[in-house]
Each structure stands twice: as structure tokens, then as C-alpha cells.
Design a protein around this ligand. Structure first.
Ligand code: SF4
Length: 355
């Protein structure tokens, strides 16, 4: 087993699943589905272990930016900067093949992002047919009407995760006037269908205290939120370094997440994850890989470097990408530089690996 932290990550995934089941409670209408989903996660882990014994390290998680299209234009949107391309986005046929291969390799969690993933409903429909994979769907919530809420209710292996920046003030400031209110309406629809939903919160030096406060977290839980993704801000936008978490904030983050986990009935997932616990970032296949909207396989969403393209090759072949291997071998590239993403902080060194 090349990646000894893989066992830690596998245990973490099962622990989160078990915790989600206890948060749902025995009367939760979709409990039978998620009980089977937990069993599917165990099967997937065994499958990955078998491949590892054959020398193929399969990461449990993919982050898949399925489109660059979006109905918003948020300040500092990394997708608009990093995913700009004239190449056509992947076809639905190719998505089906990629999801099918992912399932056969034991990849069991695929985060669907963008752009705005709800603009590609055909891809979500395709994902729904792979019930052994769990798909958290990161959405800005604006397209989440009654029809879509009903659709999510019928497809419990896709979990809606709505993006917020804080309260109305912070959210509308970055995402546009009226967005917070519209997200509020979407939450009501999700609660109307008793859905298990989450939120994605970008942690900056400015909103850190608010977003990690018991009052803010309790407020969202009272609104029905059961899953919190805290995404560390990465200064993709020029002159935005001041929004990066300070060293002290960074140092206190994993302890604060532990406190939230022990005091609130919800799941808390920091991204890029606890680098001390996993001895560095889980990018580049150590725990996850990123696929951009045109099929390029990248170490992470914030590191737009690639030497393999899923338009032409399989996930299996992509896993032996020389670039990904070099990044894993040069572990210092995966240990924290200044600002949310070690690879972005070390991007000139990563570029040298490609040249
Ligand atoms: S919703 Fe997401 S992808 Fe769309 S503009 Fe905002 S940050 Fe970018």
C-alpha cells in the first residue's frame, strides 16, 4: 500500500457515513437507501484495496467540475479564471463511461462542481444511475426550484450542497444582490422534501470568526443543514492575498472543526482537509483527483496542471500520470505554503515538473 494515509482516509469516510446515519435518525424516510450506501462504501474500499495489491492506487474521491457555465459571476470565482477554455465540454456519453469506470475501480465519492452543475441536468441524470457512488452537488442554488428539489428527492445518491459566504450581507456582496434570499427559498424547498443537504462556505481571513461561530452554525442547522464544507480561500484572483487565512487562523482551524464536530449534530468537512492528520494535502491522487470540464485530470481544483486527458484515456491510465507521480514524490509541494492550497502556492515548481 503506497499511501499509508489511505487507511486513515478510508476510516474517515466510513466514520462520516456512520455519523450521517445517526444524524438522520431511525425515522428518516431515506434511511434504507443510506444504510445500503454505507455497505456500498465498504465494498468500494475492499475493491480499492484489491487494486492496491496489484499496484494500482485508486483514490476514493474525485472532484469533477462538470461545466464552466454559470448563471452567476461571483467576485474571485476560481472557475472563471482556471477553467476558461475553447475546448468543448465532455459529452454525456463520455460522462457515462467515466462514471462507469469510476464505479468499477471503487471510486465511491464524486463531488460535482462547476461552474453551476445544475445547468447540466443530463449529467446529473447520468450520475443518478450510479447509485453505488455518492455525489455531493455543489450548487449556487438559483436553479433549485420545486421541480429540481423533487428530482433530488427521487435521487438520494446526489446530495445538494449550497454555496454561501455568510449572512445576506457577505453572500450578496460576493455573489450578487438578492442571491441570499433566493438560496433561502431553495432551502425551504429542500426541507419540504425532507432532504439531507449541506452548505459550502469559503473561509477567508475576514469571515473566519463568523462562519466558525456556534451561533452561525446553529442557525444553519436550525434551517435544516446537516453537512458543512469549509473551503479555505485560495488567492486565485490577483491582489486578494489579504483574504487568505492568517497563520494563527490556519493553526486553530483543525481544533475549531473538532469542537464543532463534538458540539453540533452535523458533519463538518474542511477542504483541503487536515494536512497534519494526513501528512500533507490529499491532492494528486493521495486521496482525490480533479477532472476539469473538458476532461483534463488535475491534482486539485486550484492547480490547473495536467498531462492526461480523459477525453482520450481511461481513469486507470490517468492514475499513472507522470505529473501526479512527481507531485506525490515531491512531498514538500503538498505541504502548506501560504494560502489555502499548497499546489497553488508552489505553482511555479509544479509548472517546472510539467516542462
Ligand atoms: S456560482 Fe461558483 S462558478 Fe458560478 S460564478 Fe459563483 S463561484 Fe463561480
Amino acid at each position: 500500500m503506497l499511501f499509508k494515509q489511505r487507511d486513515l482516509l478510508d476510516k474517515e469516510i466510513l466514520a462520516r457515513f456512520s455519523q450521517a446515519l445517526s444524524i438522520m435518525g431511525s425515522s428518516y424516510p431515506r434511511l434504507p437507501f443510506y444504510l445500503k450506501a454505507l455497505a456500498d462504501q465498504v465494498k468500494a474500499q475492499k475493491l480499492r484495496k484489491r487494486y492496491a495489491q496489484q499496484g494500482l492506487e485508486v483514490p476514493p474521491i474525485l472532484i469533477f467540475s462538470i461545466t464552466r457555465r454559470c448563471n452567476l459571476n461571483c467576485a474571485g470565482c476560481y472557475s472563471r479564471v482556471l477553467h476558461a477554455s475553447s475546448q468543448p465540454e465532455l459529452s454525456i456519453k463520455r460522462f457515462e463511461e467515466i462514471f462507469s469506470e469510476a464505479a468499477s475501480l471503487g471510486i465511491s465519492v464524486v463531488l460535482l462542481a462547476g461552474g453551476e452543475p445544475l445547468v447540466r441536468r443530463e449529467v446529473l441524470n447520468c450520475a443518478a444511475s450510479f447509485s453505488r457512488i455518492l455525489f455531493p452537488v455543489f450548487t449556487n442554488g438559483l436553479l433549485l426550484d420545486e421541480d429540481y428539489a423533487g428530482w433530488f428527492a427521487d435521487h438520494p445518491n446526489l446530495l445538494p450542497v449550497l454555496s454561501l459566504e455568510g449572512r445576506m450581507e457577505e453572500t450578496d456582496l460576493r455573489r450578487g444582490k438578492g442571491v441570499f434570499q433566493q438560496v433561502g427559498k431553495a432551502l425551504d424547498l429542500l426541507n419540504g422534501h425532507k432532504l439531507f443537504w449541506g452548505t459550502s462556505l469559503t473561509l477567508t481571513s475576514e469571515n473566519y470568526s463568523l462562519l466558525l461561530s456556534d451561533a452561525y452554525v446553529r442557525g444553519l442547522i436550525q434551517q435544516g443543514c446537516k453537512l458543512f464544507f469549509f473551503v479555505e480561500y485560495v488567492p486565485i484572483q490577483e491582489n486578494s492575498e489579504h483574504l487568505v487565512l492568517s497563520d494563527l487562523q490556519k493553526e486553530l482551524l483543525s481544533q475549531r472543526i473538532k469542537e464543532l464536530k463534538s458540539s453540533h449534530p452535523a458533519l463538518f468537512v474542511p477542504l483541503p482537509g487536515d494536512e497534519d492528520y494526513f501528512e500533507g494535502c490529499l491532492a494528486a491522487g493521495r486521496g482525490f483527483l480533479h477532472i476539469n470540464p473538458v476532461g483534463k485530470v488535475e491534482p486539485c481544483p486550484f492547480a490547473p496542471f495536467s498531462d492526461v486527458d480523459l477525453s482520450f484515456t481511461s481513469i486507470r491510465d490517468a492514475l499513472s500520470s507522470p505529473l501526479l507521480a512527481k507531485i506525490r514524490e515531491q512531498h514538500h509541494l503538498l505541504s502548506e505554503g501560504k494560502g489555502g492550497c499548497a499546489l497553488w502556492a508552489n505553482r511555479s515548481l509544479v509548472q517546472e515538473l510539467l516542462d
